[in-house]
Design a protein around this ligand. Structure first.
Ligand code: ADP
Length: 663
């Protein structure tokens, strides 16, 4: 399986992007987490301060009521009405004030705790309030203020409209603690009981006044407006405030799913546990009506310090969540943009780095393919520049080495050619020597045999020739038998000639060496040969130098050699031609070169190797001894015979004989 390529550009990109990706993820996680926790802390801190502020506002509302009631209690007309215990008078005092201060309860009680007059319900009076916590404190001369729960029975005394206004239909609330009643009948009031005294400080009675908080959203809306400035009362985008009676929302600007105030919904069971049962202030996350909030609950305590409800402020978590989301998205976009820029820049960088490497790679390929003398133009001052320099040096070294190898190869080839030529020459010489050896052996064997035969034939031939001569002499001229006897004599002569040749061939004769001129011998042969062969149709050409060379040799035997060659040449040109005789000295080789050329039919290639073999002849009356005898004679002189022939165009026999020493 081929290994997957992992180019440098990819490696660089990965090397850049991996740390970048890690940094991005870390930044994102840290940034978003830190931001989220910071926002949560901030939100909770805000809720804490908001709750404090709400509490202060709640308290200031109480103070306001206290001040109104307290100051009303010292108005002289009011004091006078109390002093007279006149119900009509009291009512006349209380009613306008109740309306102007929008009080839900404004009641005059005498010094024994019995109701004198009720501005909300003038017909209801005479009931005893002496045991009421607030009233009893006021009866002792103290201005008592507090949050108070009144049952529907108690409120009934204040009039039916109050009961109706206080009644809150409980709504189904998930996570709230179970409750079996369907309507909250009780009412939560902010009340102040102030003593009314005469000029001497004697207690005349108690003035009780306050407001009902059930279905009264003025306070919570004010809290909201104060805390979340710029928001309308019903705008629940950011925060909200609620007053709980027990666990029931009796005044709130928290909205339900339909956008109405969620009055009648209830707090979650776990919040109830902590705030109302354990009397804890609760700052944390809470599910309020329909979504999550950063919430703060402060228990509202009764005069006896018993939790009777709670004050709530909350910040909706949703804007924070969307802010967190938006920040997260912004972070992601910035980081992704950074990553994209990182990718692009690493791509550009890696491509810039890879480009010269690719160029070098292409050059290396060309070098591998055998191209030489290449140089890289890269001159950057970095590792790639170093690589290019090394490449250039390597390329130059390779070119040099190639040249050297080429020269060596050429020298080697020349030497091989020279050696081959030498070897061929040596082989030729060897072959020649071998042929000469074979021929010499053959000649020796044939010569021995011929000598034996010649010796045996000579004596009988001498007897036959003698007797034939006797017979010639015995018969008279013109005798009819004389013709046969002459034939016998002629044939005997022929046999003797053959025998003589054989004996010569067997080299029985010793060389009679004198200094001879081969050219002179050739001329003598030409003058005598005319008698043996017809030369009419033959043109004779002689090319002899003026200073005819001298050689040491047996004149008679050499004459025999040249005669043979000239006769053969003439016989090779039965239809005429040119006989060329040449003789010259070749001092540099220490030889005399004698050549006999004709323009006859030449020698067939298949005959060439047999020419000097004894008895090889192509002529009907030939003996085949001429050339073999000549060869032996020349050889005895330390010379050599060579043949050059072009079939159909003639032959040249060259005799090479050693020149006389010193000549
Ligand atoms: P012979 O002349 O009796 O045949 P040689 O030994 O002189 O014997 O010659 C041998 C053979 O060589 C001849 O028969 C002839 O075929 C051949 N030969 C010799 N000289 C020539 C020549 N000049 N041209 C062609 N053939 C030649």
């Amino acid at each position: 399986m081929p290994q997957r390529r992992f180019p440098i550009s990819a490696k660089l990109t990965v090397a850049t992007l991996v740390p970048l990706a890690i940094a991005i993820v870390c930044c994102w996680l840290v940034g978003v987490t830190v931001l989220a926790s910071r926002m949560t802390t901030q939100a909770q801190e805000k809720v804490r301060t908001d709750l404090n502020a709400a509490q202060a506002l709640f308290q200031s509302e109480l103070n306001h009521i206290r001040d109104v009631v307290r100051f009303t209690a010292v108005i002289p007309t009011m004091v006078a009405a109390f002093a007279q215990s006149d119900r009509t008078l009291l009512d006349g005092q209380l009613s306008p004030l109740r309306q102007s201060e929008q009080f839900d309860i404004f009641t005059a009680i005498d010094a024994k705790g019995t109701v004198l007059a009720r501005s909300t319900n003038p017909l209801s009076f005479g009931d005893d309030y002496a045991r009421d916590a607030l009233i009893s404190r006021a009866l002792k001369g103290e201005v008592a203020t507090g949050t108070v729960i009144l049952s529907s029975v108690a409120m009934q005394r204040e009039g039916t409209p109050l009961v109706e206004r206080a009644a809150i239909k409980l709504l189904q609330t998930p996570h709230a603690r179970p409750r079996h009643d369907a309507v909250e009948q009780a009412g939560m009031f902010l009340l102040t009981a102030a003593p009314v005294k005469d000029g001497r400080g004697n207690l005349l009675g108690v003035l009780l006044g306050g407001i009902l908080l059930n279905n009264n959203n003025a306070l919570v809306d004010r809290i909201k407006e104060t805390l979340f400035e710029g928001q309308s009362a019903v705008d629940e985008d950011r925060g909200s405030a609620t007053i709980f009676l027990g666990d029931v929302r009796i005044a709130t600007n928290v909205q339900d799913n339909d956008g109405n105030r969620a009055i009648g919904t209830r707090m979650a069971d776990d919040v109830y546990d902590r705030v109302l049962l354990k009397r804890e202030r609760l700052i944390g996350r809470a599910f309020v009506v329909k979504d999550w909030n950063f919430a703060g609950y402060e228990p509202i305590l009764s005069q006896q310090g018993v939790p009777i409800g709670a004050l709530y402020v909350g910040l909706r978590e949703k804007p924070f969540t969307s802010l967190k989301l938006n920040i997260g998205i912004l972070f992601s976009v910035i980081l992704l943009f950074g990553a994209a820029m990182g990718t692009i820049s690493s791509q550009i960088l890696s491509q810039r780095l890879a480009k010269p490497i690719k160029e070098l790679e292409a050059l290396v390929r060309q070098v591998a393919a055998g191209k030489r003398g290449l140089t890289s133009p890269i001159t950057t001052r970095d590792e790639i520049g170093d690589l290019a320099t090394e490449f250039n040096q390597m390329s130059a070294a390779l070119a040099r080495q190639d040249q050297e190898i080429g020269e060596l190869t050429r020298g080697l080839e020349q030497k091989v050619a020279e050696r081959t030529t030498e070897l061929a020459e040596k082989n030729q010489q060897l072959e020649k020597t071998r042929e000469e050896l074979v021929r010499a052996e053959k000649l020796a064997a044939v010569g021995e045999l011929a000598a034996g035969v010649a010796h045996e034939i000579n004596n009988p031939m001498a007897i036959i020739r003698g007797n034939a001569e006797l017979l010639q002499m015995a018969f008279p001229q013109g005798h009819e038998n004389l013709e046969e006897i002459d034939a016998i004599a002629t044939q005997v002569q022929r046999v003797e000639r053959i025998v003589a040749n054989l004996l010569r061939f067997a080299r029985r004769e010793r060389l009679q060496i004198t200094l001879v001129r081969p050219a002179t011998i050739l001329d003598e042969i030409l003058t005598t040969i005319v008698h043996q062969e017809p030369l009419e149709a033959i043109t004779v050409a002689r090319t002899f130098p003026l200073d005819l060379p001298l050689i040491p040799g047996d004149a008679e035997l050499l004459r025999q050699v040249f005669t043979n060659l000239i006769l053969n040449a003439i016989q090779a040109m039965p239809d005429g031609g040119t006989l060329t005789l040449a003789c010259r000295a070749v001092p540099e080789q220490g030889q005399c070169r004698i050549s006999v050329s004709d323009t006859g039919n030449g020698i067939l290639p298949e005959h060439r190797s047999q020419l000097f073999n004894p008895f090889f002849t192509t002529k009907p009356t030939g003996t085949g001894l001429g050339l073999s005898v000549s060869y032996g004679i020349v050889n005895d002189h330390g010379g050599n015979i060579q043949v050059e022939s072009i079939p159909g165009a003639g032959a040249t026999f060259v005799v090479l004989l050693p020149l006389a020493a010193g000549l």
